[in-house]
Design a protein around this ligand. Structure first.
Ligand code: NAP
Length: 308
């Protein structure tokens, strides 16, 4: 079978750190082109400054991976779908829920694959955590996602703009795990968003959710963490405590600790190839819906200015 010719659109941090190596390591794909306004691309691979330029001048591609900031994702996805290309959407799949729904309908109409990728769902501990929880009664959940924005997002102006999500940019990874591992649906009951006076997006948030079985879920997001960083989810159940740490990579059950190899992006590309080969899409907006609900229902508290 011929490899799927893919273009990586938006050559920034995540494209270079994860997408390019994952594509190189998967024989189902061949990297046909890169697209980025300022980045020069990869030696020996055709490069265009815009998706328009790629579509006009080639080379031909079957699929695009959209690794840009979320605010420009919708227009790029529409351009690609109009040409019948399959589309991989980095997380979050869009800047609004309604644009993601519109893309989903469009992909269905044109018969192309649309994949809303949630990389944290492919972290090593997540699938076994989901399987273990399927048999248990969840009593409560605590999420602590605290990191230093200066270390992880230096100079990323888009992340502080409307649609950039602020601290929910990493926080949505926790929500992608939560909505995947809990056996029951989750909804938001309250939130406080701390927003720097010179920015549009929160630097910290304290959020309460419940599942439909009544379990209380608390989430603590903070971008002002220095020293040790935390990406932990602790679930109390009728059969003891489950802990996912390191962003889902390490699973601790009452029976002991499970470490496995990190295969998040290889896992995402294996899934994308399988969706394309079988003519399916996978668009789960549940994590983005919870973030939208925090903006809809949360109190806003203005805090000190943030400077890079
Ligand atoms: P980034 O380093 O700022 O890179 C984004 C790139 O998108 C920029 O380099 C820019 O290219 C390009 N771009 C902007 N507008 C474009 C357009 N209209 N067409 C083509 N390219 C365009 O951001 P990032 O950290 O890689 O994050 C990108 C997305 O991946 C975000 O949604 C983020 O949530 C997600 N993500 C990031 C990480 C991470 O660890 N950083 C992890 C997982 C997921 P030029 O430089 O050429 O202008």
């Amino acid at each position: 079978m011929d490899p799927i010719r893919i273009a990586v659109v938006g050559v920034g941090k995540i494209a270079r750190d994860q997408h390019l190596p994952a594509i190189a390591g998967n024989q189902a794909f061949s990297l046909a082109a890169t697209v980025s306004p300022h980045d020069p691309g990869v030696d020996g691979v055709p490069h265009a400054r815009t998706l328009d330029e790629l579509i006009e001048s080639g080379p031909a591609v079957d699929a695009v991976a959209l690794c840009t900031p979320p605010q420009v994702r919708y227009d790029l996805a529409v351009q690609a779908l109009k040409k019948g290309m399959h589309v991989f959407l980095e997380k979050p799949p869009g800047a609004t829920l309604s644009e993601v729904a519109a893309l989903s309908s469009r992909a269905e109409r044109v018969g192309a694959t649309l994949f809303a990728a949630w990389h944290s769902r492919f972290a090593a501990g997540v699938a076994p955590a989901r399987a273990w929880l399927a048999e248990r009664r969840v009593q409560s959940v605590s999420i602590v996602w605290r990191e230093d924005v200066h270390v992880w997002h230096p100079g990323q102006a888009w992340i502080w703009e409307p649609g950039g999500l602020g601290v929910f940019d990493p926080g949505i990874n926790a929500l992608s795990i939560l909505t995947h591992i809990l056996p029951r649906p989750v909804f938001l009951t309250g939130a406080t968003l701390e927003i720097p006076s010179n920015r549009a997006a929160p630097i910290a948030a304290d959020i309460q959710f419940r599942d439909t079985g009544g379990a209380a879920i608390h989430m603590d997001l903070d971008w002002r963490q220095t020293g040790p960083q935390s990406w932990d989810i602790v679930v109390e159940t009728d059969a003891g405590t489950l802990k996912l740490s390191n962003g889902g990579a390490v699973l601790t059950l009452p029976s002991g600790v499970q470490h496995s190899e990190d295969l998040e992006y290889p896992g995402l590309y294996a899934r994308f190839a399988s969706l394309i080969r079988t003519g399916r899409s996978d668009v789960d907006a549940a994590p983005l819906r919870l973030v939208a609900d925090a903006f809809l229902r949360g109190h806003r508290k203005v805090v000190a200015e943030f400077h890079d």
